[in-house]
Design a protein around this ligand. Structure first.
Ligand code: HXC
Ligand code: NAP
Length: 285
């Protein structure tokens, strides 16, 4: 799908790049020639992921960094520049989430999610953005989710924070275009990862099956599908795309939105009967 050296000489930071979708994206960027920094709180997990990705011949620098802390984020930026010289791409992928009835949340439960998702994304964008401004260009890609604009019960802290990241994406796409910085987002539907499933899909309630049934394409996303989309959006091939949110969800959110979509449950016989009745009544007129 892509030329083997598509991302050669590009330095890319992926926050939350040691697990799940972040790791899959980092892996793909590495295969295509990028220099990588993967950053999150757990160094042992980052080291393991870095070793795996290095097998593709990629240079990978794992950096321990809690995105909630601006000093740690600044240090991550310094280390990246010291190692690779400049930063071309930032993928804001780190996130926290859990399901909870909102009335059972504490202020601390709301804060922890907003701190990671919204403040963390801002901290990284600010620190890396200053470097990009110095270097006269770059690309920021934010990983959000479709409920950033629909909202969703039971994940209110995450929905509020991702909505904030969506607004930040569109705002900076305009404000920082003058520095040749493009800012875009991807809104994934459900992609199985240990991190998300452990916190959002408790086993034993048939939730996974019900989630799948909501998706018109009838399946969850494959990591490679998301990694390829991310690759396109950070590559020079998408150099005129700025301020866009690309949904990759098999049609899931639109199925929930269309008022008559539930009619796909009607059996064929019902449609035949309605057509016959319609013909009969038009003959009478
Ligand atoms: C209610 C909870 C809770 C839960 C924690 N809290 N878990 N409240 N239900 N399940 C509350 C605690 O009571 C505490 O409140 C506050 O949150 C902080 O909790 P800690 O455990 O001290 O936080 P911390 O150790 O920093 O861990 C952060 C975390 C954790 C977000 C809670 O889950 C984590 O590390 N997550 C990172 C990875 C992740 O979440 N991945 C999923 C991304 S998937 P008090 O009041 O006591 O301070 C995703 C998919 C979206 O985003 C779309 C899917 C389709
Ligand atoms: P995941 O594996 O749990 O990824 C979350 C990552 O964020 C972890 O690597 C975690 O690493 C890191 N992280 C959490 N708190 C952090 C902090 N304070 N500082 C730095 N890093 C932190 O889950 P995932 O499913 O791959 O999610 C990746 C992204 O996709 C998230 O933005 C999520 O909202 C989005 N998304 C996922 C789905 C899905 O179905 N999977 C759907 C829509 C959107 P540490 O624990 O080491 O810090």
């Amino acid at each position: 799908m892509f030329e083997p050296n598509l991302l050669k000489n590009k330095t890319i930071i992926v926050t939350g790049g040691g697990t799940g979708l972040g790791k899959s994206m980092a892996h793909r960027f590495g295969e295509l020639g990028a220099n990588l920094v993967i950053a999150s709180r757990k160094m042992d997990i980052l080291e393991k992921a870095a070793d795996e990705i290095r097998k593709t011949g990629t240079q990978v620098l794992p950096i321990q960094c809690d995105v909630r802390d601006y000093d740690q984020v600044s240090k991550m930026v310094e280390k990246t520049v010291a190692e690779f010289g400049a930063i071309d791409v930032l993928v804001n992928n780190a996130a926290g989430n859990f399901i909870s009835p909102t009335e059972r949340l504490t202020a601390g439960g709301f804060k922890v999610i907003v701190d990671i998702v919204l403040h963390g994304t801002f901290n990284c964008t600010l620190a890396v953005g200053k470097e990009m401004i110095k270097n006269k260009g770059g690309t920021v890609l934010n990983i959000i989710t479709t409920y950033a604009w629909t909202g969703s019960g039971y994940v209110v802290p995450s929905a509020a924070a991702k909505a904030g990241v969506l607004a930040m994406t569109r705002s900076l796409a305009v404000e920082w275009a003058k520095y040749s910085i493009r800012t875009n987002a991807i809104a994934p539907g459900p992609f199985p990862t240990k991190g998300a499933w452990r916190r959002l899909v408790p086993p034993g309630f048939g939730l996974e099956n019900r989630m799948k049934k909501r998706i018109p394409l009838g399946r969850f996303g494959e990591h490679e599908e998301l990694a390829n989309l991310a690759t396109f959006l950070i590559s020079d091939g998408s150099s005129y795309i700025n301020g866009e949110v690309v949904t990759i969800d098999g049609g899931e959110w639109l199925k929930g939105a269309g008022q008559f979509n539930e009619l796909d449950r009607l059996p064929k016989l019902a449609w035949k009967t309605m057509a016959a009745l319609r013909k009969k009544s038009s003959k009478k007129r």
